[in-house]
Write a protein that binds this ligand. Structure first.
Ligand SMILES: [Zn+2]
Length: 273
């Protein structure tokens, strides 16, 4: 399972909790590990935090309206997005949990003003008026109590999306107060170094920013076809994740070819794992 904090025997894990900020991040980033672990008999749960419906009667920001149009799922797109997630995750043999928290797109301050009304703000620092951090810690605590995972896979926070940063910070807060084995996955597509298109981020930059005590990387060998098919189930998200008609299969294939000739998904050990 987890050996001295430096190596994960993924094939020996019994229960893996993959914490996903959005409905697609877990499969995009570690779909191959999910498929491999399930094939080896593990129970894998892909638990997504920000899955709530568009709040009725709220002021919807121009950015949210722009994304609603791009996704083409009507005024309450999260209903279909949750269905996409169920189809994708179950195609890999894993189980779904939905946290029912509001996406950054919809979070507002007490006056009802959107906290993240532009792409720049979504990929900027979390607002000090954003109160979601405590709810995340509470949610993850409940999930871990319910599941008792022998491994928790958390985003590293590559890309600087506020929801990813708040997620990894909340997992870390929890890891400081309860025993859990956490490894950090490289958030895709940002870990390719191509995204966000206007200000690409990198794994190196994310490692420099993270508050986690990161120890060492591990590449876990995986196959690509099952993961690609599962990503395809997030049909509404493809144009947003891979803009300008980028062929996501070749983008991910290139990323997964590691420098040393291995082909796989890379995770980073933390001082708690
Ligand atoms: Zn995301």
């Amino acid at each position: 399972m987890v050996d001295g904090g430096m190596h994960i025997e993924v094939d020996a894990c019994k229960r893996i909790l993959v914490i996903s900020p959005h409905l697609d991040d877990g499969v995009l980033s570690v779909g191959g590990i999910i498929e491999r672990a399930v094939a080896n008999g593990a129970e894998v749960i892909v638990a997504t935090a920000f899955t709530a419906d568009t709040p009725a009667g709220a002021r919807i920001s121009p950015l949210a309206l722009e994304l609603h149009a791009l996704w083409d799922l009507g005024p309450n797109p999260f209903e279909q997005r949750r269905a996409e997630d169920v189809a994708s995750v179950t195609s890999l043999g894993a189980r779904v949990l939905h946290g029912n928290l509001l996406d950054a797109l919809y979070r507002a301050d007490q006056a009802g003003d959107p906290l993240y009304p532009t792409r720049q703000s979504v990929f900027g620092a979390p607002s000090d008026r954003d109160r979601i951090g405590d709810a995340l810690v509470e949610l993850f605590d409940a999930w871990i109590s319910e599941i008792s995972p022998d491994l928790v896979l958390s985003p590293l926070g590559v890309g600087r999306h506020v929801d990813h940063v708040l997620t990894t910070n909340a997992v870390r807060r929890l890891a400081m107060v309860r025993a859990m084995n956490v490894a950090l996955y490289e958030d895709l597509p940002y870990a390719t170094g191509l995204f966000p298109v206007t200000a690409p981020d990198s794994v190196e930059a994310a490692l420099g920013r993270t508050q986690w005590q990161v120890t060492s990387p591990q590449v876990i060998s995986v196959d690509l076809p099952g993961k690609l098919a599962a990503i395809g189930a997030y049909a509404s998200q493809i144009a947003d994740i891979f803009p300008n008609g980028l062929a996501f299969g070749s983008v991910l294939d290139t990323y997964m070819r590691r420098e040393d000739g291995a082909f796989g998904e890379r995770v980073w050990h933390t001082a708690t794992s």
